[in-house]
Every structure is written in structure tokens, then in C-alpha cells.
Ligand binder design. Sequence first.
Ligand code: UN1
Length: 505
Amino acid sequence: MNLPAPEELCRRAEEALVRCGADIGAAGGSLVARTPVTGTDLRAVRASSPDDVAEAISAAHEAFLAWRSVPAPQRGAVVRRLGQLLTEHKHDLAELVTLEAGKIPSEARGEVQEMIDICEFAVGLSRQLYGRTMASERPGHRLMETWHPLGVVGVISAFNFPVAVWSWNTAIALVCGDTVVWKPSEKTPLTAIACDALLAQAAHDLGAPAGLHALVQGSVEVGEQLVDDARVALLSATGSVRMGRAVGPRVAARFGKSLLELGGNNGAVVAPSADLDLAVRGIVFSAAGTAGQRCTSLRRLIVHSSIADEVTHRISSAYRTLKVGNPFDDGVLVGPLVDEQAFNAMRTALDKARADGGTVVCGGERRGAENSAYYVSPALVRMPAQTSVVQEETFAPILYVLTYDTFDQAIAMHNEVPQGLSSSIFTTDQREAERFLAADGSDCGIANVNIGTSGAEIGGAFGGEKDTGGGRESGSDAWKAYMRRATNTVNYSDQLPLAQGVEFT
Ligand code: UN1
């Protein structure tokens, strides 16, 4: 496999950072930015000390005290400017995303586009942070609710969407009147530096208070400081179920709010009436795209037994044509796994699947093992049942194929796993489609018809149920998690009637 020279990638990263206005200073620091493209180092980055983190939270808290009183449409202006800068630097950010996360450029640009889209959404929202007015049971009284800024929002993001998830949180938090302290994945420190520089520029251009946003870098201890600091009013964390189990109770113990977007184990039902040309395209994008490293990646295919052989055959034929390799090369659709650990997890899962009676139809091999990067061909595995390995999320391109006979069975199998992020059904039978979306259908936060499980638009609320953590971010009314609600009762009469008819004289 032909990979670029590591020095060339270092140069490209450096140049993209400089174009984004990042102050990268002298090389040095204990955090090493790496590229999965070649499996080599890009540069050293300074990790934040405990004092740095404490200072960032203090500054964000100070800034919040001023920012919360800035009218929301003016706050939106900072986000509008951020959106402009992201548009200008779309190529630079996408380049860094490919370098650090290994995504193919088209997907990397798509991720930056999500940032631009959420900025647009947030600017509109800055004039629509509506409360309601309710009918009071008392004469001469008005009952209403008002939404107020919440405080400092701590954002912990994962390597696989190194910039979009930060922007979902940050764009919404800023218009809501909150300030943000961001701890990105240790695997993607450079994209974070670039985003932070662009937001600094936007804040500066609009004269916003210093401390509006901060970037803290490092390992798990840095995140723990955000988890435990009572000044962090909302902790929004994306990552594994294991991480969520550690974070959720700790934030709850101090009565902080948390927004958790944890693992998915997303399934798609393929019904006998499905348009198979369309279904196969949707399945291949969701299962093999991003090398299976989206939390929305398709991992379980629940196919009607009458078409299982044909569907498996069509997918394996499509898989065999997928070009795996250097994501910067034209025509490549599957880039590298993020690191060796990811590769080992994939290998272990495939071994377990075989031990459980599964048959690897195609894929699963490492490509270009002479390099220190980890490229794999997407694996398609027929399973006799949803054994324990199928119940787990393995962050790699493995698609398990299971069969069903009745629609009720398909729904039961679909909902059998602990996670509940995304789901879809391929069918042209309207009754089946509606049943999949009904209360006793898919139990996931995202349920689609005739599209794959991944690639959601920003306009909807994003998140899932069960072990996925229950949080919702991005569009719709997800903004409500970033504000506090006050219920107000105003008496404009000269009487003092008590609610529920209570007499107290
Ligand atoms: C994630 O993998 O954490 O729906 C986010 C999608 C993207 C976001 C994925 N819009 O696949």
C-alpha cells in the first residue's frame, strides 16, 4: 500500500493550522498528535495542567456572568461570524480531520459542513429561545416560563467527530448565553486547536468577553476536572458507554446536569419488499463508511430469511469493490482505523464471532501490514444469533447479518441490544415502515425509513436511549438542555387568590 511520506503530512498539518490562525508556538509538550494515515507522529502539543484547567473554568465562569446578559441575537452574531470563518477554512479543517481522524476528504468536508449548518441553525435560534404562556387558574394572573442561560458548559468530545460534535454544543451553548470549556479527544488535538483559534477570531471580531471559550487538552484527568467542578453546570460528553457510566453518576452526585451521547449498536431491518439497489447503497455507506467509526455506523443487519442470501451476496460484491487505503487518494472510500487498539478490538470481535458460530463472508483482513497504520477491509459476518459479541459496540467496520421470519421477530431482535442510538428499516410496505416508527417499533433515538443509520442532518435532535445515555444535542429543541427554565406567576390584580382554592385568612 502506497502511503504519503510522514514529513509531508506534518507539513500539511502545520500549514492548515497556520492558515486557521492557530498559535502553535514552539514544538513541544507531552501530548503527541498522531495521524492514522501513516501511523506516525504529527507534532507535540502542550497538555493542560490541573491549574490550567481550573483557570479555564474560572475564566469561563467570569465570562458567563457578563455573557448571560448580552441579548441573545447579539450572541448569535458571534456564532454567525464563526460560521463565516468555518466556511472560509472548510478545506483547512477538513484537511486536519483527515490527518487526525483518517476520514476521506469528502466525509471530512461533510463534517465541517455540519459545523457550518449548526452555526446557521444557532443564529436563527438566537431569536427564537421561546418560553410559553399558560392559562392561569387565577383571575388577574399570568403564568409563563422563561429560559435563562445555564452557566459553563463542559464539552468532552471523541476522535471520530473531532469538530462537528464540539460545534453542535458550542454554537447552541453560546447563543443560549453559556460559555464553553472543551476537552477534545487526545487523538485529535490539532483539529481542536484550529477550531479554538477560529472561535477566538470570531469572539475578537465581535468584541465578545474573553473567557467565552477555552480549550483544555490532555488525558482522562483533564476531563475528570470538568466532571467534578461544580461551576460546570452542564457536562456534555460523547464517548463509550464505559465513559458514560463513570461520568454520569459523578456529575449527578453534585447535582450537575449531563448530556450523554454514548455508544450505539445500530441495526437495520431489510424487509422482503425493500428496494434492494437503494438498500445496499445505504447499508454499505453506513457500515463501511468512516471505516465503521461513527457512533451511528450500521453494525447489525436484520434481513428477512427469504432474501438473506441475495442481500449478503450484494453487499459482499459491493464490499469487494470498495477501495481501502490512503484517504487522500482519489477513489478511496475506506480510510484507516484510528489506531492499533481499534484494530485489536476488531480482530478480537471477529474471533469471538467465529467462536459463536459466525461465518466471515468477506473482509476483516489488515491491508498494508508493512506500515504502522491500520487499514482493514470491511467485514461482513453471518451470525446464527445475536450472541454477546453482537450485543457489543466494536468501533470498526464489522457488519453482522442476522435473519428473521416475522416482522414482530425483526423488531424484537432489533431492540434486543443494550444500546439505542440509531436504526432504520428498508421496506416499501407502508404498514411496516409506520410500525417501525411507532411506540412499539424501534426503541432508538433515531429511526429512519429507506436510508441508513448514519449521516443525520443537524436539524433534528441527535442522541439515543438506553445505554446510549438519553442526551439530545444539535437541532430541534435540544437547546433546552443548555438553558435553565424558570416558571413565573405574575399577579396583576389587587386580590391574592391562592391556587387550588386554598383559604388562608
Ligand atoms: C458521532 O458519530 O458521534 O449522523 C456523530 C451522523 C453524523 C454524526 C455522528 N451526523 O452520522
